[in-house]
Ligand binder design. Structure first.
Ligand code: CA
Length: 272
């Protein structure tokens, strides 16, 4: 029996209408949809594995609008590679993929110690397919085509599940963060932040009292497109400080020279 195509597939059968023949005509090229300028929000980084560029683009765009940082892999081998070199908080994994299918990717990632939740996208509503997905190490599955709202709900549920439960409201000294609405206040006064500034602040707050290096910040707040040689993190920290510490008695974000940043209500000797 021939394997059915993805329900979301936009490919017109086997014909390659006007497309140049190439050995990989069926496989769109590797696409990382991140723009060169980091613009993603949220301190949750997602790996999206989907070979249909149209579907991948649609999902990635929707996720970014929801404050997630997103990297995209368009085949199974890239997925395994990205999953092994980056720290992802969650993987959305299509089952039918070129090079290596979703089940194989899932097994390899799990075999390599990958612990974050994996949500499988399956084109078929067949029980066997779902069972195979869960057996290969996936945490949940969604059948294509799906409603984007349902995808978001599944992601939230999966992200709630692991290790640390995210509190609805976090307080450090006189700073408060509402993790659902992203509202921030200092000393009771609202502080207006961009989505990226919020994501950075939330990451520092979740790690309060601990020094976090630029590398870790980049891994959790930015995505694949992050340029390690840029000073973008320092620029964002400076902006955050200007907004948070303006008019406040104490500085909350401190610099540890050569190490990174630490968010703490206690004064630091290195404060300038
Ligand atoms: Ca596919």
């Amino acid at each position: 029996m021939p394997r059915p195509r993805d329900a979301c597939s936009a490919r017109p059968g086997k014909k390659s209408r006007g497309r140049k023949p190439s050995p990989r005509a069926d496989y769109p090229p590797f696409i990382v949809l991140s723009s060169p300028i980091p613009h993603n929000k949220g301190s949750v980084r997602i790996l999206l594995v989907e070979d249909e560029s149209r579907v991948a683009g649609f999902i990635a765009k929707g996720l970014r609008e929801q404050a997630y940082a997103v990297d995209v892999a368009s085949d199974g081998e890239q997925a395994v590679y990205l999953g092994s070199v980056n720290e992802y908080d969650l993987v959305i994994l299509d089952v039918m993929l070129p090079m290596k299918d979703g089940h194989a990717v899932c097994r390899e990632l799990r075999g390599a110690g990958f612990r974050s939740p994996i949500l499988m996208l399956t084109a078929r509503d067949a029980v066997d397919d779902r069972v195979a997905g869960l057996d290969s190490g996936a945490d949940d599955y969604l059948t294509k085509p799906f409603d984007f709202k349902e995808l978001l709900a599944r992601l939230r549920a999966l992200l709630r599940r692991p290790r640390e439960v995210r509190a609805a409201s976090i307080r450090v000294d006189d700073l408060t963060l509402d993790t659902a609405s992203h509202a921030v206040a200092r000393g009771g006064k609202p502080v207006s932040l961009t989505a990226k500034e919020y994501a950075l602040l939330e990451f520092l707050v979740l790690n309060q009292g601990r020094v976090v290096g630029r590398e870790r910040i980049a891994e959790h707040v930015w995505d694949e497109s992050f340029d390690a040689f840029s000073n973008v993190i320092d620029v964002y920290v400076k902006r955050l400080r200007a907004k948070l510490d303006a008019g406040a008695g104490r500085r909350l974000i401190h610099t540890r020279r050569g190490e990174g940043y630490i968010l703490s209500a206690a004064p630091e000797p290195g404060d300038d």
